[in-house]
Ligand binder design. Structure first.
Ligand code: BGC
Length: 811
């Protein structure tokens, strides 16, 4: 997609409607002119640009939806309601912090840590609504973030009583009424399903109101599709556990998201892949052809409505069941049309390799395609498809021989016994495949890594520094999440600067995924940069809980430094892009790549080597507090979006992505020490597949392991995950770093310990982040007492130095 560098924000604003999903439409929108609108709901003045935590970008300017609408010429008729709501909100906020402190005390938790990621629930009130003009909107907003999961209570996943009352009233009172959702994840809309126009605006960064105005006025046409199933909360699977302090059992196995809904015949409100447009489309599968095991669907899409728009065509596959049970279907490909004018049509080709969707058989430790009928469906949502072809495989094929290496959970996954397979209509294309059509591969493990000559000569101490992030034995202050870099203010971390004299230069890392997270205001001293206005760096709930000590702590976080009197304060301003889920909702690979390109261009400008994004954990439950950063409940969508963004970033010299959090990091409760128990099959088919796709399609420069454990072993200490799967099986060539492990932040109530730097090194992880004295000493001690081999550290350091070379040689 065409994009001029100077114009990053306007590119985002003029394309963001692709990330929004029109869930219901009556034909009353778009409006023919910007006139008076009665606008209600928390989203008007308390607009959420993106969630909280390390994913929050400190952009120079942000506008509320009220401001965005007004800039577009809309006059807001309901100002007195909005003013009265301000007071409701003020009181609720006071109470929220009071309750938070009391809860932390009752649970004997550190109040500051307890507050991380906690957000205020929507308060109830009795504000009156009267009819003011012809058009009304109600904007529901929700916030969440790192450190806490969402709750199934009113004002969070459930609508608050006053939201339901007012939404239903407005729907009756106004012929033209739109419910707008400024949310980062699914909410339970079951009480308001009678509303005739619903738009999932999502969280789009700097100016959500400008984009909403464009949509209301028909200047942009929504063309996004849901990447996660929206349902009444009680309809979601509760086979496994979620949010338990120590262990979460993924008993639902491969039946995640629509794989569960479709297979177990559960009812959603809005299914996976669903989204409307102001116009309508006709989709016709033309031809399905096979070249070896690559199947290509040719599809004709016609705009049958009255305005221009874009449509997303999706291809699903239903696999036969023999020994292994299968979900009803899985997404195997998708494509988006260009902007089609009313009456015009286009042809799309969607190809996929059957072997990329093989199932994992734990018994034979290999990926297999079982014999039988593979049904190919084409449509524009998971529930709206037509059978386009049937491919019959005459015998079972092993596509990849590997080995089990992920450990075992303490249960077996649920299984689904299918009833009758779907009957196939007459005249459907029939394809026959034999074993010869497939490439049969075997993973080769344990390849030798050459040790770099520069590493051979390093002392044990120097090798230990390389294994640890930015630990400086002479520095004061405390490095903490999102702020452990010295060369770029507000960046999340760096590799060591201790070996600069030996020519080993540091890599600078800054967070994402909704843009680049760095300090807005900073000053320089020599080569170093310091934050000069710390507020944006610490989540609001944490700042509030800190009370009077906030200033002191904030100072420690920025290296214990007072801003010198003569400091020249400068400003960095990074562009906010839509949250991860919204980008994925566009189903537009080119747009995702262009957004990555924006980030890459700014990384070059600010001097960031590694962006700590994309984040592609699966939406296993709608309750995960970080879902907004992640893409989908589906691994194909997750992998494709992460790959596209990576391609966009890595077009830029000396810039790379860090895909995270590898893996099975699907909840925030007790995040440092939670143990995800998952079967080898579910890991490979659901939770690792996106990482595999991203590595193969874009070779990101780095991978960040997750905080959690997998079947009893920290992912960062898991040799099976890192060496066997990521490197040997997926072919990853870059470096592996931990998430930001801080012992002080770990709950004392965990049964599992924190990840340890010496164990990480042993498992083949190159970097323990962000790096403290203790982490450094652990590596050195393990080396001295022979529990960690020098050879392993040399291998780790060689991989790191090669990556550092790649960055600096590219510059
Ligand atoms: C988050 C990561 C982030 C890191 C650095 C951690 O707490 O989980 O996603 O990249 O902090 O800020």
């Amino acid at each position: 997609m065409e994009r001029k560098d100077a114009d990053n924000l306007s590119f985002v604003l003029s394309n963001a409607a692709e990330c929004t999903v029109l869930l219901k439409k009556s034909g009353q929108f778009p409006l023919d002119k910007a006139g008076k609108i009665a606008a209600y709901g928390s989203g008007l003045r308390y607009t959420i640009k993106g969630g909280t935590g390390s994913g929050e970008v400190n952009s120079k300017e942000t506008f509320t939806i009220e401001q965005g609408l007004e800039k577009a010429g809309v006059s807001i008729a309901s100002k007195s309601w909005l003013d009265a709501y301000d007071e409701v909100r003020k009181q609720a906020k006071k109470q929220f912090f009071k309750d938070l402190k009391a809860q932390a005390k009752a649970k004997h938790e550190n109040a500051i840590m307890y507050s991380m990621g906690k957000t205020m629930k929507e308060p109830d009130h009795n504000l009156e609504i009267t009819k003011l003009c012809d058009t009304a909107i109600y904007v529901v907003s929700r916030n969440s973030g790192e450190g806490s999961d969402r709750e199934v209570i009113e004002g969070d996943v459930k609508l608050a009583k006053s939201e339901i009352r007012d939404i239903l009233l407005l729907n009756k009172m106004y012929d033209r009424f739109m419910l707008v959702l400024n949310v980062g994840g699914a909410i339970d809309l079951s009480p308001v399903m009678e509303v005739k126009d619903i738009l999932l605006l999502s969280q789009l960064g700097t100016d959500c109101g400008a984009i909403l105005a464009d949509i209301l006025l028909g200047k942009q046409n929504p063309s996004g599709k849901l990447t996660t199933t929206w349902a009444k909360f009680e309809e979601y699977s509760n086979e496994g556990t979620f949010g338990d302090w120590n262990d979460n059992r993924y008993k639902e196995g491969i039946y995640v998201g629509y794989r569960y809904f479709d297979t177990f015949k559960k009812r959603s409100l809005f299914p996976f892949g669903f989204g409307l447009s102001y116009t309508t489309f006709e989709i016709k599968a033309q031809e399905v052809r096979a070249d070896k095991d690559t199947l290509t669907c040719e599809v004709l899409v016609k705009n049958t409505g009255s305005c221009a728009g874009k449509e997303v065509v999706q291809v699903y596959l239903s696999a036969p069941e023999d020994k292994l049970d299968q979900p009803y279907q899985q997404l195997v490909g998708y494509a988006k049309t260009s902007l089609l004018d009313s009456g015009s049509e286009c042809r799309l080709e969607i190809s996929f390799r059957l072997s990329d969707f093989a199932s994992y058989d734990e018994e034979s430790e290999s990926y297999v395609l079982e014999k039988g009928r593979y049904v190919i469906r084409v449509g524009n949502s998971s529930v709206d498809t037509k059978i386009a072809a049937v491919a019959t495989l005459e015998e079972m094929v092993t596509t990849l021989k590997t080995r089990n290496c992920l450990g075992k959970p303490d249960f077996t996954d649920i299984k689904f016994e299918h009833s009758e397979p779907d009957s196939i209509p007459e005249g459907i294309t029939a394809i026959t495949l034999t074993a010869d059509d497939f490439e049969k591969r075997e993973v080769s493990f344990d390849s030798e890594v050459p040790v770099d000559p520069r590493i051979k000569n390093l002392t044990d101490e120097e090798l230990s520094y390389m294994q640890i992030g930015n630990f400086d034995p002479n520095a004061r202050g405390l490095s903490i999440i999102g702020n452990a870099a010295t060369h770029l203010a507000g960046a999340a971390g760096e590799t060591t600067s201790q070996l600069a004299k030996k020519g080993i230069r540091p890599l600078i890392m800054a967070d994402g995924p909704a843009g680049i997270r760095i300090s807005l205001k900073y000053y320089e001293e020599g080569e170093n940069q310091y934050d000069a206005g710390n507020k944006g760096m610490i989540p609001e709930s944490m700042l509030e809980m800190m009370g009077p000590i906030a200033k002191f702590i904030a100072k420690m976080l920025v290296g214990g430094k007072k801003i010198p009197k003569n400091a020249v304060i400068k400003e960095h301003s990074a562009t906010m892009i839509p949250i991860g889920t919204a980008i994925a909702q566009s189903f537009n690979t080119e747009l995702a790549e262009a957004l990555g390109d924006i980030v890459g261009s700014e990384m070059e400008k600010f001097g960031v080597h590694l962006w700590l994004a994309p984040a592609l954990n699966i939406h296993r439950s709608i309750l995960c507090g970080r879902n907004f950063e992640y893409y989908s409940e589906d691994p194909l969508v997750s992998g494709e979006v992460a790959a596209a963004i990576t391609r966009g970033v890595q077009k830029h010299r000396g810039c790379g992505t860090t895909i995270k959090h590898y893996a099975a990091n699907n909840a925030e409760t007790n995040r440092y020490c939670n143990n995800s128990q998952v079967s080898e099959r579910a890991m490979r088919e659901i939770y690792l597949r996106g990482f595999d796709i991203c590595v193969k399609k874009s070779q990101p420069k780095a991978v960040m392991t997750s905080y959690n454990l997998l079947n009893g072993t920290h992912t960062s200490e898991h040799r099976g995950l890192i060496e066997d799967i990521l490197r040997s099986e997926f072919g990853f060539k870059g470096i592996v770093m931990t998430d930001w492990v801080m012992e002080v932040m770990t709950s004392k109530k965990s049964v599992y310990r924190n990840a340890l730097s010496n164990e990480v090194a042993k498992a083949g992880g190159e970097l323990f982040m962000p790096g403290t004295k203790k982490d450094y000493e652990r590596v050195l001690t393990a080396l001295k007492d022979d529990t960690l081999s020098r050879k392993q550290l040399e291998v780790n350091a060689s991989r790191l130095i090669r990556t550092i070379d790649e960055f600096y040689n590219a510059e």
